[in-house]
Design a protein around this ligand. Structure first.
Ligand code: ZN
Ligand code: ZN
Length: 424
């Protein structure tokens, strides 16, 4: 055991403030969890965030990039700290069995009715940011500067940050000196994890249409069979990561969907592949995406396709690369407040569009992880070597962060980090 940290100002402020804001944060979390909303439909969620900010004395701007909300608490001369939370849920049918489980449904962008669940914990992020915003408002005599609470729509589709930026974000918010954000992950609840440099991967989704020539299934000589070309592409793409990248350069290339044809006796005229690429830096990203294009085009030429393939980018997330200085500053503040529960975390192959917000302002940022898994469940699974089987991960129908201490940790982490700039 290490000694508890000395009760410096952030520790005292946060410990006192947590007790005051906890009931409101837990009520909001349960409410958001029960009423999840898909990307750009977060009207109710945004409304609750805005109402909390307004009642705490923030100047609130709503409807930024659709449903985005910005709340500003100006508190004298000093640094400007922005903290961002995402608000959207996923088309997943909840199977947690929680008393506040979602039974919501909604129509998605393609007009299809879908079950909706907060399966990625964005309800945790939203509730914790309102808690931090209230805590800082309650204790505004202990800090100076400005705190900006930003609630972003549609993270899961990778287009919510861009929508806020396109809608004038940088003119509608003070320019931050630093941007902070966090994500709940299947780590033990109570833990916070920082990482300087690359943290989350870039993600690029491509739709490739191979254009062949259809014919009767008995007459291959009259056809250019896109099924065979697609199969060659799938196999050849396996060599990109294994043969074109160094063993020490992490990357993932997955062909997640392949569709062609309608029956056994018809050679179709096209095949559609959907490809997902994860990389951790721009040079690797460019290299892998160039290799995909080169292989797809070459296989189509090798098959004498009558037309060039169509290659479309359907989604794109930048890599999340934490700036060194703010990450070091937050890690030191976390070590002082959380003690042994403050850790360093490993690279994650998940992706985020958060970094576009600091990039739009030309501001540095740091993004960290908080644990949400019952610590006993996590410890048992770790002992048995069954973490991947027994601990539900983000986007699964049974992903259910425990309320305590997850929400306290999320509120405290944001507040301690903000005070590392704002504290007197
Ligand atoms: Zn997610
Ligand atoms: Zn998420």
């Amino acid at each position: 055991m290490t000694e508890p940290p000395p009760p410096g100002p952030p520790t005292r402020i946060v410990a006192a403030g947590l007790r005051a804001v906890r009931p409101g944060v837990e009520e909001l979390y349960r409410d958001l969890h029960r009423h999840p909303e898909l990307g750009f439909r977060e009207d109710r969620t945004a409304g609750r965030a805005a109402e909390t900010l307004r009642s705490a004395g923030y100047a609130v701007t709503e409807g930024v990039g659709g449903t985005g909300v910005i709340g500003v608490l100006a508190n004298g001369d000093g640094p400007v700290v922005m903290a961002r939370a995402d608000m959207d849920a996923l088309p997943v049918r909840e199977r947690t069995g929680l008393p506040y489980a979602s039974t919501a449904t909604a129509t998605d962008r393609d007009g299809v009715e879908q079950p909706v669940m907060h399966a990625c914990g964005h309800d945790v992020h939203t509730a914790c940011l309102t808690g931090c915003a209230r805590l800082l408002a309650l204790h505004r005599d202990t800090w100076r500067g400005a705190f900006v609470a930003l609630f972003q729509p549609s993270e899961e589709n990778g287009d919510g940050a861009d929508a806020m930026i396109a809608d004038g974000l940088t003119a509608r918010s003070p320019r931050p000196d630093v941007v902070l954000a966090q994500h709940v992950l299947p780590h033990p609840a109570g833990h916070v994890g920082t990482r300087a440099g690359p943290f989350l991967s870039a993600a690029d989704s491509l739709r490739v249409t191979v254009r062949g020539r259809g014919a009767h299934g008995s007459m291959p000589q009259a056809a250019v069979d896109p099924v065979v070309t697609a199969a060659a592409i799938v196999l050849r793409l396996q060599t990109v990561v294994s043969r074109e990248l160094a063993a020490t350069t992490p990357a993932v290339l997955t062909v997640g969907s392949i569709h062609a044809g309608s029956g056994p006796n018809v050679i179709p005229d096209r095949a559609v592949l959907e490809i997902n690429v994860r990389t951790f830096d721009e040079p690797t990203r460019t290299r892998v995406l160039d290799a995909v294009r080169r292989i797809v085009e070459a296989e189509c030429r090798a098959s004498r396709c009558p037309e060039e393939p169509l290659i479309e980018r359907t989604a794109s997330f930048p890599p999340t690369v934490n700036d060194e200085e703010p990450t070091r500053r937050v890690a030191a503040a976390f070590a002082a407040y959380f003690g042994d529960d403050a850790r360093t975390v490993e690279l994650q192959t998940a992706s985020e569009d958060m970094s576009r917000i600091p990039a739009a302002f030309g501001a540095p940022f740091t993004y960290w992880a908080i644990g949400g898994t019952d610590p006993a469940l996590h410890a048992g699974a770790l002992r048995r070597g069954t973490l991947s089987e027994d601990v539900p991960v983000n986007h699964s129908a049974t992903f259910a962060p425990v309320l305590r201490p997850t929400l306290d940790t999320g509120v405290a982490a944001l507040t301690v980090a903000a005070l590392a700039w704002l504290g007197r």
